[in-house]
Write a protein that binds this ligand. Sequence first.
Ligand code: ZN
Length: 539
Amino acid sequence: GVMTQAVTRGDGSQGDDVTANVKTIRSIPLKLKEGNYPADFEIRGEIIMTRSGFAKFNEKRKKLGKQEFANPRNAASGSIKMLDAKEVSKRPLDAYLYYVVGDDLEFTNHYQSLETARQWGFKVSDTARKVSSVEQIFDFINHWDKARNELDFEIDGIVIKVNDFSQQKQLGFTAKSPRWAISYKFKAEQVVAELLSIDYQVGRTGAVTPVANLSPVQLAGTTVKRASLHNADVIKSLDLHIGDFVKVEKGGEIIPKIIAVDLSKRKDNAEEVSFLTHCPECNTKLVREEGEAAFYCPNVYQCPPQIKGNIEHFVGRKMMDINMGEATVAALFDKGFVRNIADLFDLKASELVQLDGFKQKSIAKLLESIEQSKNTPFEKVLFALGIRFVGETVAKKLAQHFENIDLLKSATTMELLMVDDIGERIAESLVEYFANPVNIDIVNRLREKGLQFEIQKNTDNFPDLLQAKAFVVSGKFSVSRDDIKQMISNYGGKVISAISSKTDYVLAGDKMGPAKLKKAEKLEIKIISEDEFYKMINI
Ligand SMILES: [Zn+2]
């Protein structure tokens, strides 16, 4: 009764092994309770994120300045594919199991299999019903069409199955699916609301998003007052006028959308919605780049939401890791203490004390966190600057290639394009960034404050004997494994965790795992002993 493997459905014939991630989901038993289960069987189900878990999870992401997920389904499927099981364990995943497959199963029908699986310890939905007439099926459908709004997870339909296994066998399969099961999809709920006005929100990147304000209506269990419009094209294609009665539908997204206008109810003098021409925050003329759906405010360095967004990004955990949330950034900005990222390093206790909730202890903690951030390595500082299109990986590549900000700053588009993975869009963005005196001033101020603007060289002057060769370390050694890893990186090698075709050496200690050994042999990767390793680095 022990779980051995968990895989995704994939394309139906091949999925991914997600065992480590699935083991972190608490509602999936690692070991079954007592029961008469066969030696070997498979159980299928769905990994989900509950509505309440999703709401909390998204709220947390928002606070950390990370992109929110559009819906629980995306969040759940994105989570299960992550590489780091530890990270997966922090996400509120849940699972319902609904189908037992195996050779020596004792039950004769589907309903029995669900009941039994529940007794074995699996989480099986208690909403399943055994029915014996078509009327009962429709009663069930009609019931859940409404009641589904009260469930703590989203469903878009129900599945009807023939219960008896012998009848299932008789019915068999078509080329694609079983003949003994069919799904019923609920119609998306639609309501009519009046379009009161349009708000325009300016995001961190300067993208301007229109949002419709509606007369409040009940939809899918919640009161809806706003609907997303995405961009100017959507407004145009709907031919929206203020005061229109619009049909609103809740699809898979959190915010409902407008799908149609009831033209028969349009008032004669209704005013057509025309997209803003100037930024609602800073009054700069909006621009729309070729091929892009969104309008942008180009005033990147003076437009308030963009400055705040830039600061939020800068202090993020994967960037400078300064212990400061969205609310603090907003308060510092609104009080005028911080108008750009360099101002953070001039913050004084006398200013912080004017912020709500800041006491001696929290002030000291924040200032300490800011001070600590000065040790952040160059590649992260570069990422933190928030240069358009320069993400984590690009920043790393740039840092490794140019080694310091001066060489990067003076690089031409051609020189930038020579770097791995740097395309025209990124190169142009970098050139534009460093051509702006406002940015140069910020970079200079940050440098004066002691931030890292060049890559850290080995201070002990270890020779680069390992030349970026990739090592997998396995087994026990005469020194600790951490020491071994440190030596590898001191001498210019890198340590990777899993054996792949990219591995150059497997450094094998005592009691190396047989699976790893087999894999290394199969991929013909050189296996070296601890002594051989010391020879490589001349010890
Ligand atoms: Zn603006």
